[in-house]
Ligand binder design. Sequence first.
Ligand code: SAM
Ligand code: SF4
Length: 475
Amino acid sequence: MKFNPETYHIPDESMKPFIDDGEIWDFLDQAEPTAENVRKVIEKSLSKQRLSLADTAVLLRTEEPDLIEEIKQGARMLKEKVYGKRIVLFAPLYVGNYCSNNCRYCGFKASNKEAVRKTLTREELIANVKALEEHGQKRLILVFGEHRTYSPEFIAETVREVYKVKKNHGEIRRVNINAAPFDIEGFRTIGQAGIGTYQIFQETYHHETYAKCHTSGKKSDYDWRLTALDRAMEAGIDDVGIGALFGLYDWRFEVMALLRHVNHLEACYNVGPHTISFPRIQDALEYDLDDRYAVSDEEFTRLVAILRLAVPYTGLILTAREPEQVRREVLAFGCSQIDAGTKLEIGAYAENPEVDQNLTKEQFKINDDRTLNEVIDELLEADYIPSFCTACYRKGRTGEHFMEFSVPGFIKRFCTPNALLTLAEYIEDYASETTAEKGWRVIERNIAELGDPRYEQQVRQRIERIRQGERDLYF
Ligand code: SAM
Ligand code: SF4
């Protein structure tokens, strides 16, 4: 028995191992990617239905260039239909890199004697949060190694501390977590600190590869990790994020397994994951895996387009691991969140904001080190609405992404206006002059497109209040 029966009471169906490698390969092997089948699947998705595993396998097996372009075009259309122009921004904050696991791809692995280990002190944590606030960040994801130091109590305390830090108009309004899996009690402790999303990646869903990549430590237990979110749900955390680290095993298999995980959560808890992440492997200290399963840029952009079509209502998170041009292409497929102004070195936001990456101190290499303002500027230029909105979460409208899609008119009534208000705050407090000009133009254009004079007037009134110095206004 892998679980502690004292604390482990999940429903029977979720106790069953739900990833069957053979079954996933069967779906992929049986898929027939004829033009007719591919178009049928794209159409199904465009009518905003979730795709089945068999449907998704058809897209994953498509190799004909024209059909691949149709898949990408389908993702672009779906994005326009469902997501509109908002892109939510966040930053990762690495709190500590002590780790007792040996994940072969990770710079923090226990066997890395050269890695410089550090946990932020309370003062350092506050200084880093202030530095992030000074740039305009409002949403963070706190990241931890897996180590006894980072207990549920420690994580909960860190979350509370972050919410308390205020600098001028700056404050952090949503704290998400990426940390080791806990038992139900542990998750309860963390949930009570008021976290946003609890995020944990299975890395690879392929059993044999998982064993090969996770050679020692608690993370070597595949099932303990796979069932983490079942325990989180049991503990009352219903806002969760899943992910796979692309490059460890066949990317088509991993996309299918992510979908299987979504199905499992929906079947057992009636709520799927809020977000899916698809980090692609980057260089790291003592990286020692071969590149047999490396995912090319073309395959990567394709897999994001397929994920978008497969789960039209799930948030997709894209990170600074990806270079600018890849980020630009996949944003058009409906990624809903990106990080910006990212630094991985522990304490770097406050201490040495300009230094280059140093892999003895960081988990892996990133490829987009632009500042938050630079990223916002580019988003505005491309007619997106950069957003720091946290309204639903703070108004207790939980399951924000479901609300957004299931309530007719919700995006026009709430999401777009709230995104515009957070953009106005950013412009007033942090934007460069040129970014501010572009920002006001985007705000003006989008207010005019709201299509209802009452909404237009309400948004204009609130924007005026922001210009007069009020903050944190939302619908
Ligand atoms: N220790 C926690 C855990 O393992 O769940 C936190 C994980 S880590 C700080 C966040 C994620 O970074 C990992 O889950 C993994 O997917 C990803 N990662 C690790 N090494 C990487 C690498 N070399 N390149 C890209 N992503 C990597
Ligand atoms: Fe530790 Fe997470 Fe890195 Fe694995 S991925 S070595 S658990 S920090």
